[in-house]
Design a protein around this ligand. Structure first.
Ligand code: MTE
Length: 309
């Protein structure tokens, strides 16, 4: 991780917009032809970061893209796959503001051009008790924060999803106080496991239902922390109030670290169901920090992990 970030972005090194666009168009064409995860011209270059990837069998592309939580498109598991096509993901920019040296509205293509894109195969454990294994494509959040000159002594990072009810039909109802908001402590945000996904299954473009074109992935926390379709990142000293905490503070908190020993007020978190495998899908024990304890337990030394939050 160290050393590979270009502290001063040479804008000439950034992927020219035409190249990025033609890649995206190629992808769209490939998807239309049903080529799915078949490698295209640029895919072969995406290397897997083995150090941060589980050897568990990934879920299928079909499972990952048809069983989703994305309330902006409805509360049903199949609503995102049915309705997320309505979302325009290009052009897209991410506003980075707050305690940063270079605040601004960063064009997604420029961000991508400055980042080291790689694959990470992570477990995802939803607070609702289902889990998956997903091969994400993207970059470390820390690199994007450095790009904007974030004050690393700031305490928190806040994230916001797009609010566009004419394309996100779920936003026409107040199931969530829109826009969806999430947050991390700065040390969590800078952790090398904390990832910004911009693609999956070897593809450089994320399916809309999975949070296109850019979403957070924090594998040791319940899935609701992994906020989708991000348009704003703010570096600040106040602890952000995340949407689920605002909706039900007795059930969801700020930290939301996966913990099999602390039950949700309405269900046990000891076990989880790996999506796939039909009716015979096996329930398996949930691991502390979703199995990432070795990497992240030190972040919480001295904290009372018996608290759900
Ligand atoms: N982000 C937004 N903006 N809206 C959402 O409803 N759902 C969260 C999270 N990110 C959600 C979101 C929940 S509860 C989970 S489990 C994951 O997205 C699911 O990610 P996936 O559909 O890619 O598996």
């Amino acid at each position: 991780m160290a050393g590979r970030y270009k502290s001063k972005i040479g804008w000439s090194e950034v992927t020219p917009r035409e190249v990025f666009m033609s890649r995206r168009q190629w992808m769209t064409g490939a998807a239309a032809l049903g080529l799915g995860a078949i490698a295209g011209p640029s895919f072969a270059n995406i290397r897997r970061n083995a150090k941060f990837s589980t050897l568990e069998e990934p879920n299928t592309f079909e499972e990952i893209t048809s069983y989703n939580n994305f309330y902006e498109f409805g509360t049903g598991k199949d609503d995102p796959a049915r309705f997320a096509d309505a979302l325009t993901t290009d052009p897209w920019s991410v506003e980075i503001d707050g305690m940063v040296e270079r605040p601004g509205n960063y064009n997604l293509a420029d961000i991508l051009g400055a980042m080291d894109i790689e694959e990470r195969v992570y477990r995802l454990r939803c607070v609702e008790r289902w889990s998956m294994v997903i091969p994400w494509v993207g970059f470390e959040l820390a690199d994007m924060l450095k790009m904007a000159g974030a004050d690393m002594n700031a305490k928190y990072v806040r994230f916001e999803t797009l609010y566009r009810p004419d394309e996100m039909r779920g936003q026409r109802r107040r199931t969530v106080p829109w826009p969806y908001v999430e947050g991390l402590r700065m040390d969590e945000a800078l952790h090398p496991l904390t990832f910004m996904a911009t693609g999956l299954y070897g593809e450089e473009v994320l399916p809309n239902q999975n949070g296109a074109p850019i979403r957070l992935v924090v594998p040791w926390k319940y899935g609701f922390k992994s906020i989708k379709s991000i348009v704003k990142v703010t570096v600040q000293n106040d602890e952000p109030l995340n949407s689920w905490q605002e909706i039900a503070p007795n059930e969801y908190g700020f930290y939301a670290n996966v913990n099999p020993n602390v039950d949700h007020p309405r269900w046990s978190q000891a076990m989880e169901r790996r999506v796939g495998g039909g009716l015979l899908a096996k329930n398996q024990p949930t691991e502390m920090f979703n199995g990432y304890g070795e990497e992240v337990a030190s972040l919480y030394e001295g904290m009372d992990l018996a608290k759900f939050y």
